[in-house]
Design a protein around this ligand. Structure first.
Ligand code: MLT
Length: 259
């Protein structure tokens, strides 16, 4: 799908045309340095923010307003009178004082979030979203909606940027491998053209961990931390590949379902 071959009338040499270029940014810090103009971006925070957002949408949540800081979240909430607005988020994976929901997918039950808009601040996921905002199209991705988000990326016909949320602007394994899974899904078997080195490395590492993604998540630094504070169930929820067909978009400062 990624290539068309033309045989020029004059020589037997075949010309390979790249239909989609795929790049990957390890952290929001690196994403800031990338040219995002006209690209389709998928923001990944597989443990746990984007997985939590998908779970919330599956349970009828109306949307998210991602912000970088706790202060911003409180200030915004103070200006909004709509009773259907909640404050959500975490630091150190623990819910924040005075916030109605944390960042565990289990916090976002239908009773809690159906019809609600959540002002959300997390350490890495919402930071990556805010950093990506000037791109052409921005999708929310995780293992939960892997195939669905790849369908949207293919449909967009744009070059792709995989934006990993990382851990405090440092590399994290789980987002890189999740990005690699999407690249494998987009590119099919055996092709490596159209990928930057970062994208190609992510695909290769995904192929290494593909037999047991849950074990990869549990073995990651953040996965071990979450397990250590009693949130191991969240890690297993975030490993449920293709359990959602939803692809939320981030546009005009809000995350919502556009179809
Ligand atoms: C983040 O955005 O940093 C993570 O989702 C943190 C967490 O797992 O709560």
């Amino acid at each position: 799908m990624l290539f068309e071959t033309f045989t020029s009338a004059f020589s037997a040499r075949s010309v390979v045309k790249i239909l989609m270029k795929i790049d990957l940014a390890f952290t929001p810090f690196e994403l800031e340095k990338k040219d995002l103009e006209g690209k389709a971006i998928v923001v990944i925070d597989s443990l746990r923010a984007t997985s939590t957002m998908l779970t919330a949408f599956e349970n009828g949540c109306a949307g998210f307003i991602p912000v970088a800081s706790i202060e911003e979240a409180r200030e915004l909430a103070a200006t909004l009178t709509d009773p259907n607005t909640l404050l959500g988020g975490e630091r150190g994976a623990r819910a924040l004082e005075g916030f109605q929901v944390g960042n565990s997918p289990r916090d976002y039950s239908s009773e809690r979030v159906r019809g609600k808009v959540v002002i959300m601040t997390t350490t890495n996921g919402t930071r990556a979203l805010v950093t990506a905002r000037q791109a052409g199209e921005i999708f929310i991705g995780a293992f939960l909606n892997l195939s669905a988000v790849c369908r949207r990326l293919k449909e967009s016909g744009r070059d792709v940027m995989i934006a990993c949320s990382g851990e405090k602007n440092l590399f994290c394994l789980e987002d890189f491998v999740c990005g690699g899974a999407m690249i494998a899904c987009l590119s099919g078997e055996g092709s490596s053209l159209g990928m930057t080195d970062a994208a190609r490395a992510a695909k290769i590492l995904y192929e290494h961990f593909a037999p047991d993604i849950c074990a990869m998540l549990e073995g990651s630094e953040w996965g071990q931390y979450l397990n250590g504070i009693g949130l191991g169930e969240d890690v297993r929820i975030c490993a449920q590949i293709d359990s959602s067909n939803l692809v939320p978009v981030y546009r005009g400062g809000k995350v919502f379902l556009d179809r």
